[in-house]
Design a protein around this ligand. Structure first.
Ligand code: PLP
Length: 356
């Protein structure tokens, strides 16, 4: 039985990505070579990198708007320090929204580079909502936010319009919903949720914001150097980039972000409706900030935990336990998660109610 994979990342990817990746490992582009052994400078891989970069920009609606897409290594966590290194001036300052564990990890890194203003935080309420009503200093070098808080199941529904560059960690909801992506100077996202296997990070940079902070930046941390080298300053993560390209092609064929957004909303509605209806369950995030990607919820009493867990196992549902800082359950419903799998989970929740 194929499992219903609710893991938070690495996570489910489209079936055709697995099939085409498997084929490419055996024989890439009929070359009688594996994607794992070809040179990153080969014509075939250069074409992969070029298409992946162009398709990312196209799907985000950023063509002709001065953006460059990069596929870098080091995870989204490296971007926590690359963004201040590239944007924060010596003796400058940056503004951060503290909406979760990953946002606070980004803040920790920014502090190595200069004054870091936390414009608002929901930490005191265990990040059960996205802070609102804050003021962003107009003299900050940039504002950093996290579009989706993977651990706490909250999502920013609106983004400010600013005169300073806005940087966003979109690791767990990139390509899942329509946003005016041109509001952002830098968008970054680890591949291992909506794009591909772990090992590469998509960074989308508005070129005109670079080279203005007066710092000497080590080459591997310098976005301008990576752009100049067409995302091949050093050996890129060949296989993760290839699998990411396959996912982006899958998304384009499906109808792009507008099409997947409808499916994602249907999945989220189905699950949240059951969480709210079923007296045995309770959501942990405030309703208006609920994430369409990660739904966090608790059982009413620990007495039902063993029964529910056994029923989940029986139904082939895996990856549902919540992060230790929230407890309970977290259903990660990334782009590749079919509506049918969410229905299976909802049916198990209903069955639990009938059983008890
Ligand atoms: N940011 C967000 C929102 C995440 O969900 C994660 C990982 O789950 C990270 C950053 C860290 O990503 P990485 O492991 O690629 O460094």
């Amino acid at each position: 039985m194929k499992k219903h994979n609710y893991s938070a990342g690495p996570c489910i990817l489209p079936q055709e990505v697995f099939e085409k990746s498997a084929q490419a490992i055996l024989n890439f582009n009929n070359s009688d070579l594996s994607i794992l052994e070809i040179s990153h400078r080969s014509k075939d891989f250069v074409a992969v990198m070029e298409e992946a970069r162009a398709l990312a920009i196209e799907l985000l609606g950023l063509e002709g708007k001065g953006y460059q897409a990069l596929f870098l290594a080091g995870g989204a966590s490296l971007e926590f320090l690359m963004t201040p290194y590239n944007l924060m001036k010596e003796n400058g300052k940056a503004a951060y929204l503290d909406s979760g564990t990953w946002a606070s990890a980004a803040i920790k890194e920014a502090k190595f580079f200069g004054e870091t203003v936390i414009v608002a935080s929901s930490k005191d309420e265990n990040y059960n909502h996205v802070p609102k009503g804050y003021t962003i200093p107009t003299d900050a070098d940039y504002f950093h936010c996290t579009s989706n808080n993977t651990i706490f199941g909250t999502q920013m529904k609106e983004f400010p319009t600013l005169d300073i560059p806005m940087v966003c960690d979109m690791s767990s909801d990139i390509f899942s919903r329509n946003i005016d992506f041109s509001k952002f100077a830098i968008i970054y996202a680890g591949a291992q949720k909506n794009m591909g296997p772990a090992g590469t990070t998509l960074v989308v940079v508005k070129e005109e914001i670079l080279g203005k902070n007066g710092r000497n930046i080590p080459s591997m941390l310098d976005y301008a150097k990576h752009i100049k080298a067409e995302s091949m300053y050093n050996t890129p993560s060949v296989f993760p980039v290839y699998a990411s390209l396959l996912t982006l092609q899958w998304l384009k064929n499906l109808g792009g972000i507008p099409a997947i957004e409808k499916i994602n909303n249907a999945k989220a509605n189905l699950l949240y409706t059951e969480i709210d209806r079923n007296p045995l369950f309770k959501g942990t995030a405030v309703v208006e900030d609920r994430s369409t990607m990660n739904a966090t919820f608790l059982l009413d009493t620990p007495l039902h935990t063993d029964t529910f867990n056994a029923m989940l196992k029986e139904a082939g549902i895996i990856g549902l336990p919540g992060h230790r800082s929230v407890g309970g359950y977290r259903a990660s419903m990334y782009n590749a998660m079919p509506l049918d799998s969410v229905q299976v989970l909802v049916d198990v929740m209903k069955d639990l109610e009938n059983k008890i």
